[in-house]
Design a binder for this molecule. Structure first.
Ligand code: AR6
Length: 176
């Protein structure tokens, strides 16, 4: 596996990569957090594409992913995925859905021959997924997927807060 895994702390809207991933909701109509930041910075073209997807398939299910233009953002595409809203009652199902977000986003990137993709820490904000658990799921899902492809050159985990950044650094090192 030659794909580089990278961790940075910062604002995902500033990155110049083939695709950034958005932590969206099932409506695809925008919201707060990273979703709000991406729509604000990318402009109305992103929402227009989301509306077309809604007309075609009625939104995006939890764990699934769709792709749109990135509008005015420096990246080429936005891949929108919908993380699970954390519930204590079924943690394994939470893990499965979160893992699917990463896998399905990477599958879209692979199908378009994209070389670089950046992920936010899906579900760890408004959706309240425990950060440590989410970091482990994210790293495992990406590592597993990368065994199946050689087209991706770099996968970047973009951590907005220091807590997530430290968790990712620790888990990535300890799993090597
Ligand atoms: N760049 C990178 N990461 C960011 C940025 C940014 N500009 N802004 C926030 N984060 P959240 P969720 C981090 O709440 O938990 C929306 O309303 C943030 O610190 O954006 O999946 C959607 O429409 C956190 O670590 O997404 C949905 O309704 C991570 O991004 C709902 O929120 C995810 O936090 C989705 O909730």
């Amino acid at each position: 596996m030659n794909t580089k895994l990278k961790i940075i702390q910062g604002d995902i809207t500033q990155l110049t990569v083939d695709a950034i991933v958005n932590a969206a909701n099932t409506s695809l109509l925008g919201g707060g957090g990273v979703d709000g930041a991406i729509h604000r910075a990318g402009g109305p073209a992103i929402l227009e594409d989301c509306q077309k997807i809604r007309a075609r398939q009625g939104g995006c299910e939890t764990g699934e992913a769709v792709i749109t233009t990135a509008g005015k953002l420096p990246s080429n595409y936005v891949i929108h995925t919908v993380g699970p809203v954390w519930q204590n009652t079924d943690p394994n199902e939470m893990d499965r859905l979160l893992s699917s977000c990463y896998t399905n986003s990477l599958a879209i990137a692979k199908s378009k021959n994209l070389k670089t993709i950046a992920f936010p820490n899906i579900s760890t904000g408004i959706y309240d997924f425990p950060k440590d658990r989410a970091a482990k799921v994210a790293i495992a899902a990406v590592r597993q997927f990368l065994k199946t492809t050689s087209t991706l050159e770099e996968v970047i985990f973009v951590c907005f807060d220091k807590e997530n950044y430290d968790l990712y650094v620790n888990h990535l090192n300890e799993d090597l």
